[in-house]
Design a protein around this ligand. Structure first.
Ligand SMILES: [Fe+2]
Length: 295
């Protein structure tokens, strides 16, 4: 039997269920959107809605808002229906404001609805939606895939930054050992300062990635593969020019991550602050390295 969240305490589905009539009574789409988002932010803060689910919700509800009131109401209805154990998606954009409920069984062998599910369907219908049961809807899957790829690229951008930081630290540490020639002692100390200064930054970013995407997102083999790609890119040349190259890559990777997060509306204040501070510190590194290079 599918889980029915309308019966459980303290979760967004239950909240939508309890407030459904009030929500459907709000006349202004922006107001409805903001009211619901505020409530979901609260659930997220209290840990009743995971970060990834919150992010997906926020993307979906913003998209629904841009489709107007009908789309927004349809989205909220479907969110509630889905949480009540039914696979629910909105149907395509016919003006008839449809909510499509699909049973858990993807082969569309209808399973009998519980009394509560019947009641919810009737409730949603009483607000002018057509609730369709057991209908296959190819569009649903397209929409889901789009979201996965969007989420993927935000994740990629942050993993790339993490891999690059680790590559650079690895490289600086090696340069510290390999320092030789006229400026050996100075370079030995400079590279020590550079690699030692990176530990907290690497740690903070990895923890943020885990917070957003779960612990699998920092798996060794995944990150090492990306790290190695950077190390290969800087191969050859002497240590200071290699370092300058890596600092330029660092700036553009931070910039890409920042733009990507912003575009996906996933840039939290914490991440914004992190990326700004990290980019600033690495600009200082670049300055130091360029001074050494001139000298
Ligand atoms: Fe050392």
């Amino acid at each position: 039997m599918p889980k029915d969240l309308t019966q459980a305490a303290d979760n967004p589905t239950r909240w939508l269920h309890d407030n459904y009539s009030a929500l459907m009574g709000i006349q202004n789409p922006e107001e409805l959107h903001n009211y619901v988002v505020e409530a979901f932010v609260d659930f997220n803060k209290r840990g009743a809605l995971g970060n990834e689910n919150f992010r997906k919700f926020k993307m979906d509800i913003d998209r629904a808002l841009s489709g107007g009131m009908a789309r927004l109401q349809s989205y909220l209805s479907n969110y509630m229906l889905a949480g009540a154990g039914m696979r629910a998606e909105w149907a395509n954009s016919t003006p008839g404001m449809m909510a499509t409920m699909i049973t858990e069984d993807l082969d569309c062998n209808c399973v009998a609805l519980t009394e509560e599910q019947e009641r919810l369907a009737a409730l949603v219908e009483s607000y002018g939606f057509t609730v369709t049961l057991c209908e296959e809807n190819v569009l649903d899957f397209v929409e889901e895939e789009e979201l996965i790829s969007e989420a993927g690229s935000t994740q990629d951008a942050l993993q790339e930054a993490l891999a690059l930081l680790r590559a650079q630290q690895w490289n600086y540490w090696s340069s510290h050992w390999q320092a030789q020639g006229d400026n050996a002692y100075g370079n030995h100390l400079l590279f020590q300062r550079l690699y030692e200064g990176m530990e907290d930054r690497i740690d903070a970013l990895a923890e943020k990635i885990v917070g957003y995407f779960g612990s699998d997102a920092v798996d060794d083999s995944l990150i090492i593969e990306k790290t190695q790609k950077w190390i290969k890119k800087w191969e050859g040349g002497e240590s200071v020019s290699r370092a300058i190259l890596s600092e330029h890559d660092m700036q553009s990777t931070f910039k890409t991550a920042y733009d990507k997060l912003k575009e996906d509306d996933a840039l939290s204040l914490g991440l914004d602050d992190y990326l700004m501070a990290a980019a600033n510190d690495h600009e200082t590194n670049l300055y130091l390295l360029q001074q050494v290079d001139k000298g």
